[in-house]
Design a protein around this ligand. Structure first.
Ligand code: HEC
Length: 102
């Protein structure tokens, strides 16, 4: 029970941070959700999935927006992009663009 209360307190404490405007840690945390498929820090290793690191921000925003709007076909990304807000897409794209490409 105590653990549950602690967990709830943590969630409550974190919520305002998530709602806040651009922030490097938030961008990195959002981008981490892409790492499973696009590699740690957006550097794909040994898979066919496109790396994201070092791609121009504009290009990343455009592609994810196209997935979101159903203009770009895909297996996973259209579904995933629909769950992102425009602000989240901007943040992540900026973060990946700033990562060194391999
Ligand atoms: C479950 C695996 C998976 C996750 C998680 C994932 N992607 Fe993807 N991504 C793919 C696949 C597969 C493609 C190829 C298109 C398709 O089939 O949907 C792709 C394609 C892309 C492309 C287009 C690449 C190009 O040059 O055509 C971008 C941009 C992209 N993903 C961004 C992201 C971002 C940003 C995230 C995190 C929010 C993310 N992806 C999370 C699997 C994933």
């Amino acid at each position: 029970m105590r653990n549950l209360i602690t967990a709830m307190a943590l969630v409550a404490a974190a919520a305002p941070a998530i709602a806040q405007a651009p922030d490097a840690a938030l961008a990195r945390n959002l981008a981490a959700t892409c790492a499973n498929c696009h590699g740690t820090n957006g550097m794909t290793q040994g898979t066919d999935v496109e790396p994201l690191a070092g791609k121009p921000k504009d290009e990343l925003v455009r592609k994810v927006q196209e997935f979101k709007q159903g203009k770009k076909p895909g297996t996973i990304m259209p579904q995933l992009a629909k769950g992102l807000t425009d602000a989240q897409i901007e943040l992540m794209a900026g973060w990946f663009a700033a990562q060194p490409a391999k």
